[in-house]
Design a protein around this ligand. Structure first.
Ligand code: FES
Ligand SMILES: [Fe+2]
Length: 370
């Protein structure tokens, strides 16, 4: 069923439309200001309406393409800096064309600036990037979204939340492969308080298919890292269960539960352009709630990890510049293979209008040393 020989890998860098993506951290989107962002090579302008709700418009005026981010926000409208056309910030509907005379009866409200569905959760503004629509741009109102932006799972009313963001100089594919790759741990993430390179040992993990992705099934985390040992002691829990899910387009969900304590994170890799992506980790937890250094420690550990990954990918991008041949090997790179297969299956289903065929037939046990 599975080929044991290394598989040539050609990341296609295709960016998936039809999903919610994290556009910007909430704190960078302020009232009475227009902020630029880019998702899937689409330039956007973000801001907040009079109620403080975020909005996202395509950063190009439907009149003559002027970036709307160079204009201004006033009374819930965005005004273009070139000829002063005004658009409703949330719907993109044109409200005013200053050059029209009183007897010119042009229907201004039939014109729209490109507008995107926007939601704000867990310290980020999310934007839905729809399938590229073939309809005549400039004269259509965008449909309401049929799905909601993903949330970080939480398991109690009180919790702490922190986020971390890092730009990566590589395609979304390499960002994701790096994220799900188990074999780089002992080499990239060495630290005296985490684990040493000598602690490398054989592991066996159960994977199963889930809608649009796969799950590394719940288990007691690796015994060779001291933080887990500490956690077990502290939580006074019999066992610690960890679940790691990957789902399209590029989301990694991790949940750790120990008795009444929990830690949960949603990491996203967002395609900015074909050769640039951004990794955002948002974590929520109720561990260490009353310990003053708790959150800082956690953020420190996380920041360290992400920085190690970022540096690695920066170095890697040097090697990737000239398109070397690459490969994916079993079993350590099997999750990466599934990622590419899922992506293909998704695109195929979109093309044919049929159902998405999951690349995994059922649960699989993978083995590797890390
Ligand atoms: S280009 Fe925006 S109003 Fe003309
Ligand atoms: Fe890593």
């Amino acid at each position: 069923m599975f080929d044991e020989s290394p598989q040539r890998q050609t990341p296609d860098s295709l960016m998936l439309h039809g999903f919610w993506y994290r556009a910007l951290p909430s704190e960078t989107v302020r009232r009475n200001r227009l902020e630029k962002a880019m998702l899937l090579e689409i330039p956007l302008v973000l801001g907040r309406d009079l109620q403080g709700r975020p909005f996202a418009l395509q950063d190009a005026c439907p009149h003559r393409g002027m970036p709307l981010s160079g204009g201004r926000f006033e009374d819930g409208q965005v005004e273009c800096s070139y000829h002063g056309w005004r658009f409703d910030a949330r719907s993109g509907q044109c409200q005013l064309i200053p050059s029209l005379t009183a007897d010119q009866k042009m229907k201004v409200d039939r014109i729209y600036a490109g507008s995107y569905a926007c939601e704000e959760h867990d310290r980020f503004v999310w934007v839905l990037i729809p399938e590229p629509s073939p309809v005549g741009a400039g004269f259509t109102k965008r449909p309401d979204p049929t799905t909601a932006a993903p949330l970080v799972p939480k398991f109690s009313d009180k919790y702490k939340l922190a986020y971390l963001t890092s730009d990566l100089p590589c395609s979304v594919d390499h960002g994701i492969i790096g994220l799900m790759d188990p074999a780089h741990g002992p080499f990239v993430h060495q630290a005296w308080w985490w684990r040493s390179r000598d602690s490398i040992h054989e592991k066996q993990k159960a994977f199963e298919p889930i809608p649009m992705g796969f799950r590394m099934s719940a288990h007691t985390p690796s015994s060779n890292s001291s933080p887990y040992k500490l956690l077990k002691l502290y939580a006074d829990a019999d066992s610690i269960t960890t679940t790691i899910d990957f789902t399209l387009p590029s989301m990694r969900w991790e949940t750790i539960r120990a008795g009444k304590y929990w830690f949960s994170s949603l990491t996203t890799v967002t395609p900015i352009t074909r050769s640039q992506c951004r990794i955002d980790v948002v974590a929520a937890w109720n561990l260490f709630r009353w310990v003053p250094f708790g959150p800082e420690l956690l953020e420190f550990v996380f920041a360290k990890f992400v920085e190690q990954d970022r540096k690695t990918m920066e170095e890697q991008s040097e090697g990737l510049k000239h398109n070397p041949h690459l490969m994916l090997i079993d079993d350590a790179d099997r999750p990466a293979k599934w990622y590419f297969q899922l992506k293909q299956a998704y695109l195929e289903a979109r093309r044919s209008g049929g159902e998405m065929r999951h690349p995994m037939a059922g649960p699989v046990m993978l083995k590797w040393r890390s």
